[in-house]
Design a protein around this ligand. Structure first.
Ligand SMILES: *Cc1c(COP(=O)(O)O)cnc(C)c1O
Length: 216
């Protein structure tokens, strides 16, 4: 199927209050342009170089999401335009994002990434760390950063029960701190597991391959 048909089909399937981020990493400018032309505005990337190149060449009203591990010294390259950084995995990174947001006289939306999976390769705060940090309200120091919620990736497995358990754990954490921090977003779910994620309360899904086709 074509990119626009895939997008249409998925958009029609998912609840209206779920935000679809089209993950365009490794995909061409023209593929992104096709998705944009069919109405898609939110795109996700995980490499700074690729993100800045694409941002430069594509329409300015695209809302770019950074979804991959971000090194502190690279925040400055995206601070002028990034809509949301979903992959905040340390306090030091959060500090740097705030600093660059102030420099650029803007506010940057972020999600805190939580390591919910059994795979040890995933980035993010552990449940223990994030619970402690949210309890002491350290996050509220950052005046030019809006902490909009939490993001997580489930284990890469066909075991649906495990995936559901991991998503439910993150949703529990989200609900615990939702009011205190005015959280709006719980970002969970990729091409293989977004249907489970939506059932577990996710309202941002990040889909790459089932919109654009397999990546090489
Ligand atoms: C690549 C990626 C996705 C999209 O993966 P698909 O399986 O292609 O949908 C979602 N989230 C993150 C953090 C990613 O790196």
């Amino acid at each position: 199927m074509s990119i626009s048909l895939n997008l249409n089909k998925i958009s029609n399937e998912i609840p209206k209050d779920v935000l679809l981020v089209a993950v365009s990493k490794t995909k061409s400018i023209s593929d992104i342009q096709i998705a944009y032309n069919s109405g898609q505005l939110h795109f996700g990337e995980n490499q700074i170089q690729e993100l800045t190149t694409k941002e430069n060449k594509l329409p300015k009203n695209i809302k770019w999401h950074m979804i991959g591990h971000l090194q502190r010294n690279k925040v400055k390259y995206i601070a002028s335009f990034i809509y949301m950084i979903q992959s905040v995995d340390s306090l030091k990174l959060l500090k740097e994002i705030n600093k660059q947001a102030i420099k650029n006289k803007r506010n940057i939306n972020v999600l805190i990434q939580v390591d919910i999976s059994e795979d040890s390769t995933k980035f993010g705060f552990s449940f223990k760390e994030i619970n402690q940090l949210l309890l002491i309200e350290k996050f509220k120091e950052f005046q030019n950063v809006s902490i909009k919620g939490l993001m997580g990736m489930a284990s890469f497995t066909s075991n649906e029960k495990l995936i559901r358990k991991e998503f439910n754990n993150l949703n529990d954490l989200y609900k615990n701190f939702k009011n205190k921090y005015s959280f709006e977003y719980l970002s969970m779910g990729m091409s293989s597991d977004y249907k489970i994620a939506i059932k577990c309360n996710s309202n941002i899904i990040r889909l790459g391959s089932n919109i654009f086709g397999k990546r090489n």
